[in-house]
Design a binder for this molecule. Structure first.
Ligand code: ADP
Ligand code: ADP
Length: 218
């Protein structure tokens, strides 16, 4: 049976950081909807042009566009053993579409690590986040700095601060999360898939918590 893990939580709580660590440990692909959109924006694809305004304003890209992009990604052969999803689903209708897609592959969502932290922690993390231009590796200027300032440890590419990590857009993204994504907490809790994790802990402690939950799964 393939294994599909969905990281849930507000912007800046550490989903991408943890999803990447888990992907390295399990060999499953890390699928970040935000990274996919940023790749489309960079390459100025048709999808990128549709998504641009929404991403820049900190709003959700319409469900049908997002779902089509993820469906395309999950069809790739590297997802046959499963995947680690980060940033998708973000609405109830995306969650329903994901269930339908996975049923087609004889699979299901197996575990939903839900990270939470006070808003002050999210704001501090987003304002200090630096992202790698080439592959989206994630750093924090204080909590998780690169070895050389401004340069990615893994691929030597330039680090930049995302436009949507600026303060006004960040507040909108947190509001959008509370309105449109937070209902997923209950959705997955009811199905006994949710593992609640204190995302304010340091990176290593968060990793240990969900690895323990994962070990109970198999
Ligand atoms: P998300 O994908 O949920 O938006 P990220 O993984 O990109 O969050 O993390 C946001 C910022 O917080 C990054 O700068 C990252 O280096 C930092 N960070 C992530 N997890 C932790 C943690 N547990 N403690 C301190 N800083 C963290
Ligand atoms: P973060 O983890 O910091 O919240 P992401 O990189 O996941 O940010 O997402 C950046 C932006 O990409 C979102 O603000 C939104 O515009 C768009 N986006 C990403 N995932 C989705 C999704 N599942 N549905 C709709 N829009 C999305």
């Amino acid at each position: 049976m393939p294994t599909f893990i969905v990281f849930l939580g507000p912007p800046g709580v550490g989903k991408g950081t943890q999803a990447r660590i888990l992907a390295e440990r399990t060999g499953l692909p890390h699928i970040s909807s935000g990274d996919l959109f940023r790749e489309h924006l960079k390459n100025q694809t048709e999808l990128g042009q549709i998504a641009q305004g929404y991403v820049n304003r900190g709003e959700l890209v319409p469900d049908e566009v997002t779902i089509a992009m993820i469906r395309e990604r999950l069809r790739q052969p590297d997802c046959q053993a499963g995947a680690i999803l980060d940033g998708f689903p973000r609405t109830i209708s995306q969650a329903q579409a994901l269930d339908a897609m996975l049923t087609e592959f004889n699979a299901q969502v197996n575990l939903v690590p839900y990270l939470s932290a006070p808003e002050s922690v999210l704001l501090e993390r987003l304002s200090g986040r630096w992202t790698c231009r080439a592959q989206g590796h994630i750093y924090h200027e204080k909590n998780n700095p690169p070895k050389r300032p401004g340069i990615c440890d893994f691929d030597g590419s330039e680090l930049y601060q995302r436009e949507d990590d600026k303060s006004e857009t960040v507040l909108r993204r947190i509001r959008v999360y509370l309105e449109q994504t937070a209902p997923l907490i209950e959705h997955y809790r009811q199905r006994s898939l949710l593992v609640e994790i204190d995302g304010a802990q340091d990176i290593e402690q968060v990793t240990q918590t969900f690895l323990l939950a994962l070990s109970h799964l198999s």
